[in-house]
Design a protein around this ligand. Structure first.
Ligand SMILES: Cc1ncc(COP(=O)(O)O)c(C=O)c1O
Length: 388
């Protein structure tokens, strides 16, 4: 049987999922520092969970998930302007699942989705899988191109083309590290309200911050019924636990729950995470990982300046896991990535962070995962790879 004849046509139009890297020096996978994974604290939390509440930990969690964790998220992550509680939060299996739930609920084939670009490729794939048409909204280190956004919203409105969603990673974007500045955040929310567009604010990196005051969410700057926030414990705790959330108005959450077919997330993991985040360990853990990432960010910024400044330019990210590096001398990013891989260094080309996949001059360098002692060696090797 030819299985290709059975697969949905849409499969041929979406990019494959990203792979784990086999490179000796992996600067390509956006994952946490492995030495800082809180395995002992999680083991204690897991034991406590199973000991104190074995039955509830081992039965279905219900669609929205464990209420205590939902309340904790509403209390610690919702903007004060919103007055959210546990009913405004739905727990999902990773924010990737959250995006999938949002896409299935709101998108129909040929709807338009605007994405601030460069952007997270997983979100591009997810929206495309629902048959949506994606339009890039250019952004740089100063923010999103609001004039372009406004022109587009007005133009599509005149032509009766339905834009359903604007997707942004408003703080410490993957891959650019950029945060939308606060003035822009307000204008952006107002524009989307004017044209009845839902905003998906992906907060995956909001807690990985090197600033004294973490970058605020769109809804902190300008609360709005139109905003759906997606958050995750993948970057602050561990990717493998698959505990994340969607936070929005009750009517949005109710509709999202109708489009869930997974019987809810893991009761056990949600309770384990609650036990950990609700303990005194969690603030210390957060402070410690942020120190680690800041140190690693500095190591890579310094090494890029010292060894690669003839070849590249970049801005120093204020949070998140990534340097977004522009190649100066005309060498194509694919060639640099190929040369680097031959020398054992894995980096990602910029193309995959745009819908049109035409970027040839950027690469993304991940500083979060590799050991500190290997980061300088990896950048030194990279500095030898800028040849055709
Ligand atoms: C911006 C962004 N959103 C969402 C995700 C998905 O994370 P998870 O599904 O592990 O929560 C990622 C992962 O890299 C990401 O970079």
């Amino acid at each position: 049987m030819d299985i290709e004849l059975f697969t949905a046509g849409i499969l041929k139009q979406i990019a494959p999922p990203s792979k784990m890297s086999s490179a000796l020096f992996d600067l390509s996978v956006g994952a946490p520092d492995e030495d800082s994974l809180p395995n002992e604290a999680l083991l204690n939390a897991l034991q406590e969970t199973l000991y104190h509440d074995p039955v509830n930990s081992l039965i279905y969690a219900g669609t929205s998930g464990y209420i205590d964790l939902r309340s904790w998220i509403a209390t610690t992550h919702a903007s004060t302007g919103n007055n959210f509680n546990s009913d405004n939060v739905s727990l999902v299996s990773g924010s990737a699942h959250g995006l999938d739930n949002i896409a299935r609920t709101f998108l129909e084939p040929n709807d338009f989705v605007l994405m601030s670009s460069p952007t997270y490729p997983g979100a591009i794939r997810t929206f495309q899988s629902c048959g949506a048409k994606i339009v890039d909204i250019p952004s740089d280190q100063f923010g999103i191109d609001l004039n372009h956004l406004e022109d587009l919203l007005s133009d599509y409105n005149h032509k009766n083309k339905k834009i359903k969603i604007l997707y942004v990673v408003s703080s410490y974007n993957n891959p650019s590290g950029m945060s939308i500045n606060n003035n822009q955040k307000k204008s952006l929310v107002k524009l989307c309200e004017k044209y009845s567009v839902l905003i998906v604010d992906d907060r995956a990196y909001s807690m990985i911050t090197f600033e004294r005051n973490p970058d605020p969410s769109l809804s902190t700057i300008c609360p709005s019924e139109n905003i759906i926030e997606v958050g995750t414990f993948s970057k602050t705790i561990a990717t493998g636990i698959r505990v994340a959330w969607i936070m929005a108005s009750k009517s949005i959450i109710n509709n999202l729950n109708l489009m869930r077919f997974d019987n809810g997330g893991s009761s056990l993991m949600q309770r384990m995470v609650f036990s950990f985040v609700n303990s005194s360990h969690y603030p210390k853990h957060l402070a410690s990982v942020n120190q680690i990432y800041k140190r690693k960010r500095n190591i890579v910024s310094d090494a890029l300046t010292k060894y690669c400044s003839d070849h590249v330019e970049f801005h120093i990210p204020q949070g998140g896991f990534y340097h977004w590096v522009k190649i100066k001398n005309g060498l194509k990013n694919s060639k640099l990535a190929e040369n680097a891989l031959k020398q054992g260094v894995g980096i990602n080309v910029g193309n995959i962070y745009f819908v049109n996949r035409e970027d040839t001059e950027h690469v993304r360098i991940v500083y979060s995962k590799l050991k500190e002692s290997d980061l300088v060696d990896a950048v030194k090797i990279l500095s030898t790879c800028f040849k055709n």
